[in-house]
Design a binder for this molecule. Sequence first.
Ligand code: PGA
Length: 283
Amino acid sequence: MGGAFFSLDDILQEVSALVLGAKITRRPKLVVGNWKMCRDYERVHELDAIAIAAGASTVNVIICPPFPLIAAALHHRPALEVGGQDCHDELEGPHTGATSAALLHGMGASHVILGHSERRSECGESDAIVCAKAAAALRAGLTAIICVGESEADRADGAAARVVTAQIEQSIPATARPGEIVIAYEPIWAIGSGATPAANEIADIHGAIRETLRTTLGARYGAMTPILYGGSVNGANASGLALTPDVDGVLVGTSSLTARDFVPIIVGVARSANAHAPESAAA
Ligand code: PGA
């Protein structure tokens, strides 16, 4: 990208940013609930109270249940948006057990989580696979929530930023446009452990992610892409986490399963959004 000349893509970005610019003065705050492999159908009743809190809030709340619960969750639109936890990298075909991004979108889902560390480790999903799935999600009209994060060993080696930015460079489709990608930074060691990084560590990694997004997607698209923090988020720490520079919301596992735990997170992130205007997308 460097040098004195502007590519066609740069010019298109400038034009779209000018057209959209009046509206995009800040990135939206997002709260995403990842229900993982929860096992009871009755869980959907938690969405009644969660939807009331989301509907009264200024943040966008996206609930990502297992596939069999997607249809029930969709009844809570528009207070809640609904996402899948995975999709195939093709839109249709003989892939028993797989779910198409086109089917998710056709049902009314708006998002899909991709590259969660549990899928990277349990299903052997590489960055290339995550990138191909994200490309399918974008073709289908979904927003891809791409997860990245370092292991405990990476962190001990001082390699967290390098690992995370490499994952991003290799997981984002070249065709991505504003609104199509959300990044979720989830240190693997923080997921389900009760531990979170210090605020300055999160700010450093999110800053490195922001720089990588600017390089990968171009300055303006990179500035518009939300970056979430995930890993042991709860009602007590959500507001503080969301106040951290370049944190545009949270991705929540365990504490998203009940209204009692999840609603305080929605309220906490909304409070942080009111208290602190994030960096302008036009910066
Ligand atoms: P946790 O999970 O909130 O239970 O740590 C987060 C995630 O894996 O997305």
